[in-house]
Design a binder for this molecule. Structure first.
Ligand SMILES: C[S@@+](CC[C@H](N)C(=O)[O-])C[C@H]1O[C@@H](n2cnc3c(N)ncnc32)[C@H](O)[C@@H]1O
Length: 204
């Protein structure tokens, strides 16, 4: 077991292992039995697995084939695969436009591009400034959330958090910081956005 209530999962080579940001996000989530839940970037599947224990309506996506198979394997080990659909997808791109969720979560790659390359770049690098992928995610999530739906996303002060907040506000989200942790080289936060259609601003 990792901690007292967190299931012990297997992690395939090339898949992001549960880390401080995973646990910070997991502990910040208020998953309800009636939630229709989407995890973007499920990695090894710890958050998806935890959601599938609490609601039967879980969809998970990842752009990595290995991550999709890793999550499926962990769901099977805990006999939870019936509660969950796992899809290989670039963000929410593979979902039908009419598919709506009450809760969407993402622990994204959020580091800026640099000259170092590793086999985990797909899980770590969020674009030139570190924010591009998260901003694209926020725009797509707003289109797939029910009114009053919640989005939870991890951000780091190593990237431009203000630009992510601005994108969330422009998409109609009311934002709170629901968790934060200082690590030795960065501060990470979990932002929660609640979709309020009447707050949507015109994005030119
Ligand atoms: C930091 S890891 C988080 C993994 C897991 N959710 C966790 O918290 O431990 C980011 C995950 O996002 C996935 N990812 C990166 N770009 C993506 C994209 N465009 N669409 C979907 N998933 C993506 C990566 O493959 C990786 O599994």
């Amino acid at each position: 077991m990792v901690g007292s209530d967190k299931p012990s999962i297997i992690v395939f080579p090339g898949v992001y292992p549960p880390s401080e940001d995973t646990y910070l996000l997991l502990d910040a989530l208020d998953i309800r039995q009636e939630d229709v839940f989407l995890e973007v970037g499920c990695g090894a599947g710890l958050i998806t697995l935890t959601a599938a224990r609490q609601t039967q309506n879980v969809v998970s996506v990842d752009s990595s084939f290995e991550a999709v198979h890793n999550t499926l394997e962990n769901l099977k080990r805990f006999d939870l695969s019936n509660n969950c659909q796992i899809i290989e997808s670039d963000l929410l791109g593979a979902l039908a436009p009419s598919t709506k969720f009450s809760m969407i979560v993402f622990n994204p790659p959020y580091l800026p591009q640099d000259d170092e390359h590793t086999t985990l770049d797909h899980a770590l690098i969020g674009g030139q400034t570190g924010t591009e992928l998260t901003q694209r995610f926020v725009r797509q999530a707003a289109e797939h959330l029910l009114r009053e739906g919640r989005v939870f996303v991890v951000v780091s002060n190593l990237s431009n958090v203000d630009s992510i907040r601005e994108t969330m506000i422009a998409c109609g989200f009311m934002i709170d910081t629901v968790a934060e942790e200082s690590l030795f080289f960065e501060k990470i936060q979990v932002l929660r956005g609640i979709l309020k259609e009447d707050h949507k601003e015109t994005v030119l």
